[in-house]
Design a protein around this ligand. Structure first.
Ligand SMILES: NC(=O)c1ccc[n+]([C@@H]2O[C@H](COP(=O)([O-])OP(=O)(O)OC[C@H]3O[C@@H](n4cnc5c(N)ncnc54)[C@H](OP(=O)(O)O)[C@@H]3O)[C@@H](O)[C@H]2O)c1
Length: 172
């Protein structure tokens, strides 16, 4: 029997992963507050849509792919349907406030992650962080040449230097 996956979310990440799981042969559903808006995606991708609690209930494994600020409330809507399940958490705690000089703002404290908070609220679920630091276009079967990988590493280092001016410089 196919493993059942419930993806909570309707955005780019949820849709990319839903297509990916479907292509790999899983029995996947995608969740949202408003399943009607996913009608054309569902038809085209062959992935049924449902409400957050219904889709969490479908999944033997749950993927959380919603806006970070909504993660806690979406899991609350899913309720007991996530108990005892592995929840793969793709979210980032990006605040609604605009970036400060190009640097994203987070709503979490420096020594506290969003996933720790979610794990505390749902102690019987088993949270695992994945896919949160890669663009959705590279989440499933990414095609990268070694040149792309080196370029991305270099850009990341340069980004880090811009993000921490006068601060720590990463070793090359
Ligand atoms: N985009 C990327 O390439 C990328 C890469 C890595 C990680 N991430 C992270 O992955 C997560 C999903 O990103 P995304 O770009 O696919 O989508 P997104 O626009 O960040 O989130 C869309 C989802 O959030 C839900 N949502 C928004 N506000 C809500 C509210 N007030 N209450 C309940 N649900 C709410 C929406 O629910 P409805 O379906 O009901 O509208 C929708 O399912 C984010 O945490 C993001 O930081 C994104």
């Amino acid at each position: 029997m196919k493993e059942k996956i419930g993806i909570l979310g309707s955005g780019e990440v949820a849709q990319s992963l839903a297509r990916g799981f479907k292509t790999k042969g899983y029995d996947v559903r995608i969740g949202t507050r408003n399943p009607d808006k996913l009608a054309s995606f569902s038809r085209e991708a062959g992935v049924p849509a449902g409400t957050f609690p219904a889709v969490a209930g479908h999944g033997e494994l749950v993927v959380l792919a919603v806006k970070g600020t909504a993660a806690a409330s979406v899991l609350e809507m899913a309720g007991p349907a996530v108990s005892g399940k592995v929840v793969i958490d793709t979210t980032n705690p990006i605040a609604d406030a605009p970036p400060d000089q190009g640097i994203l703002r987070y709503f979490t404290e420096p020594n506290r992650s969003l996933m720790e908070t979610l794990q505390e609220k749902h102690p019987t679920a088993r949270f695992v962080k994945a896919w949160n630091s890669v663009g959705n276009a590279l989440m499933v079967d990414p095609k990268l040449s070694s040149h792309d990988v080196l370029l991305r590493q270099r850009r990341r280092r340069e980004g880090d230097r811009r993000a921490h001016p006068g601060g720590v410089r990463l070793a090359s």
